[in-house]
Design a protein around this ligand. Structure first.
Ligand SMILES: [Zn+2]
Length: 257
């Protein structure tokens, strides 16, 4: 089992740190700043193999230049269609990146919406989804359309239910509060809140979380469920019931809260 650790950064970002099988090297995902990565590398006497970037926002890519200075041999991998400075390898839908010393191959999804070139890295066990999918929520649609974002989330839903989702931010409790206004009778959501509260009280991340839990609790993945359709129609006076319209109006509802 791959060892993956959350390195907290800024207010609520997570830089995900993946250990090589022999414990000597590290891959990091979305380092918005280099300092927490350097501190972790030094403390555990590790070398940096690669940096994986999901999208161009500064809080996910701001650490690239310093990391290149200090670890010039590390590969800096990121989306072909997003404007990320300093990449050494560009990837897009269906590309794979393989790290033998980690026993790890990750495939790339193009998942536009939050940004136009946003990508995710995944295999059957793990998904690094940046700011597209959060636990019990989803990212804001800054560059794409609601339809693009809906279809991007739909791709992520196709992964095996046991897939562990490594999201870019610790937003779970705030997202649950909104999800409960949409689905007040969702008992899985009540359970998710209890679990998340316990973890936060101990200062621990609420992530990763399985896709199965998200399918039961994340309203943005439940736009075809009668409870969510009715709640959105009631809140927004929407007549349509198709998932894309429900998703678009649910996202706007969340933006207003
Ligand atoms: Zn972002």
């Amino acid at each position: 089992m791959t060892k993956i650790v959350a390195l907290p950064a800024f207010q609520d970002n997570y830089i995900w740190a993946i250990h090589s099988l022999d414990g000597s090297h590290l891959i990091v995902v979305d380092p918005g700043t280099a300092e927490p990565v350097f501190a972790y590398l030094h403390k555990h006497k590790l070398d940096l193999t690669a940096v994986l970037i999901t999208h161009h926002h500064w809080d996910h890519s701001g650490g690239i230049n310093k990391q290149k200075e200090h670890y010039p041999n590390a590969a800096i991998i990121g989306p072909q269609k997003d404007n990320v400075q300093g990449l050494t390898q560009l990837v897009q839908e269906n590309d794979t990146v393989t790290f033998d010393e980690y026993g790890l191959t990750l495939r790339v999804f193009d998942i536009p919406g939050h940004t136009l070139g946003h990508i995710a890295y995944y295999n059957d066990e793990m998904l690094f989804c940046g700011d597209t999918l959060f636990s019990c929520g989803c990212g804001r649609i800054f560059e794409g359309t609601s339809s693009q974002m809906y279809h991007s989330l739909d791709k992520l839903k196709s992964l095996p239910p046991n897939t562990l989702m490594y999201c870019g931010h610790e937003y779970t409790l705030a997202n649950i509060a909104f999800a409960q206004t949409v689905e007040p009778n969702n008992h899985d959501l009540t359970q998710r809140k209890e679990n998340a509260l316990k973890l936060r009280e101990q200062g621990l991340p609420t992530l990763p979380v399985t896709l199965a839990t998200e399918l039961q609790t994340n309203p943005f993945l439940r736009c075809d469920k009668p409870e969510v359709i009715q709640a959105v129609q009631k809140q927004t006076s929407l007549k349509a019931a198709d998932p894309v319209s429900i998703f678009a109006n649910l996202r706007e509802w969340k933006n207003r809260t």
